[in-house]
Design a protein around this ligand. Structure first.
Ligand SMILES: Cc1cc2nc3c(=O)[nH]c(=O)nc-3n(C[C@H](O)[C@H](O)[C@H](O)COP(=O)(O)OP(=O)(O)OC[C@H]3O[C@@H](n4cnc5c(N)ncnc54)[C@H](O)[C@@H]3O)c2cc1C
Length: 476
């Protein structure tokens, strides 16, 4: 397939693509060269300054390579994002650091950042079918739609109840192996095979960390179970998750880290990789590591001999939609005696208490909506969402009437153009094929990021993949 046949579209791209005649192209090349001469000539371009991009860049820089990191946002960290405008510094993205996250622990320790054991909220309030109850009342509730054998299981534990036992995946690192193809089934099918009722699957779909259980492979939760089976716990970066990417970025100078530089085009040539940003800035290096989430690649014009399988994977991989909202709340839970930790079948899905990191006091609420449920709220204006959130909480927790409740911030990861979601939601039946397609470097263009992790999920997968891509380059 020639570059001009590639199906990429880049909506707001570059005036230089309007040049179609040879003369203009020559003039452009000359001006590009002149511009390129004035800036540092990196050995490696790293696209994206999330945990994968920064771990790749630091690994390369420390080994003596010249790097330039191009990041679309005005901040580093990507999906590791702490909202520092509120006193409790709540997390909008990645939080939990498994004790088995060896590389995350190593980087944090190197920068003197403490990882403290996570504290989880006590109790659970369930709201289903218009009735609010303590989780202890769930089994006997008239609104509990579950089969007799599963009535006692709280809605937030249903998926784990069925998928954490008798995991057919032998080891975490086999999750994308062709040997696992026979168990690469949808989460829905895995649940049914283990006896879950349709009512249980419906509840799981309300707040499960997938868009819909029909569309994500059960290999993903099974990988997590295997990965975490030796776990003795999880922790959090005491000062906020984003302190790690910030500390990593501080090791790069201004010429090495370019913020607000969204990549519009990547061109792989015989002598290296050229990258052009939306504003028309041009960069060239012998090698390039692309850590952009797969969902974002569709917005970038890639002129490279990608295989048909790579095109198919990039088009087909969904990202889990997640929307987060932070609310200030006076402590109405002290009045009704129910936990502020809520699982609901309302549009707000799950609501967690936010705590002051130092004192442990509850200072507000965090609304967490997953999957297809985000479609309804993401289309609302801030004002309409705020009304919905406040009205919903007042309805399900009447004790909040007359108490202050206010939305302070919201973020949709699904609508974030530089994330397109929370995690790669690998579709059932395709895990091995898509993973092996994307793992292949395209000549001098290497891929890294959470979606390229070998066995670890989330942030650990991101840093491991970045280090691995850097090592690949250093070996050559
Ligand atoms: C709500 C939520 C909760 C999570 N909870 C956990 C958790 O508890 N534990 C855990 O381990 N993981 C968790 N994760 C996942 C974890 O945060 C991510 O897997 C990890 O941070 C991904 O790192 P990355 O470097 O691969 O990608 P990213 O952090 O997404 O980095 C990619 C970078 O590329 C940039 N970019 C995108 N497009 C362009 C472009 N065109 N040009 C230039 N730059 C571009 C982005 O701005 C971004 O900075 C969570 C994620 C979310 C969203």
């Amino acid at each position: 397939m020639s570059p001009s046949e590639l199906p990429w579209t880049a909506p707001s791209i570059l005036s230089r693509r309007q040049f179609t005649v040879g003369l203009a192209a020559v003039a452009l090349s000359a001006s590009r060269l002149a511009r390129a001469d004035r800036r540092p000539r990196p050995d490696v371009l790293v696209l994206g300054a999330g945990l994968a991009g920064l771990s790749a860049a630091l690994t390369l820089k420390r080994a003596g390579a010249k790097v330039v990191v191009l990041e679309a946002r005005e901040r580093v960290g990507g999906r590791a994002y702490t909202y520092n405008e509120l006193p409790d510094n709540p997390e909008i993205g990645g939080v939990e650091i498994g004790n088995s996250y060896t590389r995350m622990h190593a980087w944090a320790s190197e920068f003197g950042l403490d990882i403290e054991p996570s504290k989880f909220p006590r109790g659970l309030t369930v709201h289903v079918g218009g009735v609010t109850m303590d989780a202890s009342e769930w089994a006997g509730s008239a609104t509990n739609p579950l089969a007799e054998s599963e009535r006692e299981i709280a809605p937030n534990r249903l998926q784990g109840h069925y998928l954490r036992q008798d995991v057919p995946l032998m080891r975490a690192e086999l999750w994308d192996s062709p040997r696992s193809a026979a168990i690469d089934v949808s989460i829905s099918d895995a649940l049914r095979a283990r006896g879950a009722s349709e009512a249980a699957i419906e509840l799981i779909n309300i707040a499960g960390t997938h868009n819909h259980s029909d569309r994500m492979s059960a290999l993903i939760p099974w990988r997590s179970v295997r990965m975490f089976e030796t776990e003795t716990g999880v922790g959090r970066l005491a000062a906020g998750t984003d302190e790690l990417p910030k500390a990593m970025a501080a090791e790069l100078d201004a010429a090495e880290l370019r913020l607000q530089a969204p990549v519009g085009e990547i061109e792989v040539g015989k002598r290296g990789v050229s990258v052009t940003t939306h504003s028309g800035e041009f960069f060239h290096a012998a090698q390039c590591i692309c850590t952009l989430p797969v969902g974002c690649l569709s917005d970038v014009q890639i002129k490279a001999p990608l295989s048909t399988a790579q095109h198919e994977a990039i088009d087909a991989i969904e990202y889990t939609k997640v929307s987060v909202a932070l609310m200030d709340a006076e402590p109405f839970w002290e009045d009704d005696g129910l936990s502020p930790n809520m699982w609901t079948d309302t549009p707000l899905e799950r609501i967690f208490p936010r705590t002051n990191r130092a004192t442990g006091d509850i200072v507000g609420l965090k609304v967490f909506v997953n999957g297809d449920g985000t479609d309804a709220i993401d289309t609302l204006s801030d004002q309409a969402f705020a009304s919905l959130a406040v009205d919903t909480i007042r309805k399900i927790r009447p004790a909040s009437q007359g108490r202050r409740l206010e939305v302070r911030f919201r973020h949709s990861w699904g609508r974030d153009p530089f994330a397109r979601g929370g995690y790669a939601a690998w579709p059932p039946g395709k895990v091995s094929a898509y993973r092996s397609a994307l793992r292949e470097p395209v000549e001098r263009l290497h891929f890294a990021g959470e979606h390229m992790a070998l066995d670890a999920p989330g942030m650990e997968g991101a840093v491991q993949s970045g280090e691995r891509a850097a090592d690949e380059i250093l070996r050559t």
